[in-house]
Design a protein around this ligand. Structure first.
Ligand code: HEM
Ligand SMILES: *[C@@H]1O[C@H](CO)[C@@H](O)[C@H](O)[C@H]1NC(C)=O
Ligand SMILES: *[C@@H]1O[C@H](CO)[C@@H](O)[C@H](O)[C@H]1NC(C)=O
Length: 327
C-alpha cells in the first residue's frame, strides 16, 4: 500500500466520522436540554398537571395517551395539537383521536405559563412528553429521565393518524407487534407500554364487539360491561358510555392491568391479545410476579417512544401557540 492511498483513506474515514457525528448529534435529545434556557420548565409543567389531575384523575391518563398518539404519527413533534382550519385538516378528527383524545386545554395552560417564563424556548412536543411523565408519577407510576429538545412540526397528517399508524383495538397480536416495530419499538415495549391501560377509560364503541363476540373473555366480566354498553348498531348514544380499562384501580398506575389479563378481563380485544396463548404470555406473567421489572421496562419504553423521529436542530419550530403553526 502506498503512503498516498493510505492518507486518502484516512481522509475518507475522517470525513465519514464527521458526517456520522454531525448527523447523530443533531438528532440527539437530552434530559438537561432546558437547564440554561428554561430551568423552571419542569416545575411549571408539574404544577399545572398536578392541579389538572387533582380536579379530574382521568386527566392523567388522557395526557399519557396524548404523548403516545403524538409520537406514533410522524414522530413526537406536537403534530396532534394542531387545530383544523378552513384550509388544513390535522390529526384531531382522525378515527383514533376524534371525540377520544383529551387534554388539549391542559397543554394550552402549560404552554401559556411556560411562555411567560421563557418565551420561544420550549416546544409543545416537549411539554407533552413532560406532562405524560408527570401524570404517570402523580398517579403512582414509575419515573424516568424525560429526554428533551424536540421541536414542533409545521405539518400534521390526518391520513397517517387515520390510516393505521395508531393501533386499532381490534388488532391481533401480530398486527400490534408490527405496528410497534414500524416505529422502532420491540414486542417487549408493546407489552410494557400497554400497561398504560392500568389507568383511564374507554368508550363502549371500542369494546362492544369484544364483550358480545370474543370467546376469550370472562363471562361475568362481559355481562357487567354489557349493562352500560348495549349491542346496538352504531352510531347510538350508548357508544360514548365509558368503562375503566382497569376494572380494579383505574386512577392508580400499578400492574393490575396484567392481573386482569390472566383472568380474561382485558377490556379491549387488543389488551387480551397480549395474553391469549401467544409469545407475550410469559412477559405478562413476569410483570405480575415482578412489578419492579414492569416499572423499569415501562420507563425504558417511554424513553424509546419519546425518541421516535424528533425534529431537532433547525427542523420544525418552537410554536408560540400549540394549536397553530407560527406565521
Ligand atoms: C397497544 C396498542 C394500543 C391500542 C390498540 C390502544 C387503544 C386504546 C383505546 C381504544 C382506548 C380508548 C379510547 C376511547 O374509547 O376513547 C385507549 C385508551 C387509553 N390508552 Fe391506549 N392503546 C394502545 C396502546 C397505548 C399506549 C402505548 C399508551 C401509552 C403509552 C396508551 C395509553 C392509553 C390511556 C392512558 C388510555 C385512557 C385515556 C383516557 O382515559 O383518556 N395506550 N387506548
Ligand atoms: C368527528 O366526530 C364528530 C362528532 O362526533 C363528527 O360529527 C365528525 O363527523 C367526526 N369527524 C370525522 C372526520 O370522522
Ligand atoms: C350483537 O350485534 C351483532 C351485530 O348486530 C350481531 O351480529 C351479534 O349476533 C350480536 N351479539 C349478541 C351476543 O347479541
Amino acid at each position: 500500500m502506498t503512503s498516498s492511498s493510505s492518507s486518502s483513506e484516512v481522509l475518507v474515514n475522517f470525513v465519514m466520522v464527521v458526517v456520522l457525528v454531525m448527523g447523530t448529534s443533531s438528532a440527539q435529545l437530552c434530559t438537561d436540554f432546558y437547564e440554561e434556557t428554561c430551568p423552571n420548565v419542569h416545575k411549571i409543567v408539574r404544577s399545572v398537571v398536578a392541579s389538572a389531575v387533582s380536579k379530574e384523575k382521568r386527566m392523567g391518563a388522557s395526557l399519557l395517551r396524548l404523548h403516545f398518539h403524538d409520537c406514533f404519527v410522524q414522530g413526537c413533534d406536537g403534530s396532534i395539537l394542531l387545530d383544523d382550519t378552513s384550509s388544513f385538516t390535522g390529526e384531531k378528527t382522525a378515527r383514533p383521536n376524534n371525540g377520544s383524545v383529551r387534554g388539549y386545554n391542559v397543554i394550552d395552560d402549560i404552554k401559556f405559563k411556560v411562555e411567560a417564563a421563557c418565551p420561544n424556548i420550549v416546544s409543545c412536543a416537549d411539554i407533552v412528553a413532560i406532562a405524560a411523565h408527570d401524570s404517570t408519577v402523580i398517579l403512582g407510576g414509575p419515573t424516568w429521565g424525560v429526554k428533551l429538545g424536540r421541536r414542533d412540526s409545521r405539518t400534521a397528517s390526518f391520513k397517517l393518524a387515520n390510516g393505521g399508524a395508531l393501533p386499532s383495538p381490534a388488532s391481533s397480536l401480530q398486527t400490534l407487534i408490527s405496528n410497534f416495530n414500524n416505529v422502532g419499538l420491540s414486542t417487549k415495549d408493546l407489552v410494557a407500554l400497554s400497561g398504560s391501560h392500568t389507568i383511564g377509560q374507554a368508550r363502549c364503541t371500542v369494546f362492544k364487539t369484544r364483550i358480545y363476540g370474543d370467546a376469550n373473555i370472562d363471562s361475568s366480566f362481559a355481562m357487567t360491561r354489557q349493562v352500560r354498553c348495549p349491542n346496538t348498531t352504531s352510531p347510538s348514544p350508548a357508544d360514548n358510555n365509558l368503562a375503566p380499562l382497569d376494572l380494579q384501580s383505574p386512577t392508580f398506575f400499578d400492574n393490575n392491568y396484567y392481573k386482569n389479563l390472566i383472568m380474561q378481563k382485558g377490556l379491549l380485544h387488543s389488551d387480551q391479545e397480549l395474553y391469549n396463548g401467544g409469545s407475550t404470555d410469559s412477559l405478562v406473567k413476569q410483570y405480575i410476579r415482578d412489578p419492579q421489572s414492569f416499572n423499569s421496562d415501562f420507563g425504558a419504553a417511554m424513553v424509546k417512544m419519546g425518541d421516535i423521529s424528533p425534529l431537532t436542530g433547525s427542523n420544525g419550530e418552537i410554536r408560540k401557540n400549540c394549536r397553530m403553526v407560527n406565521n
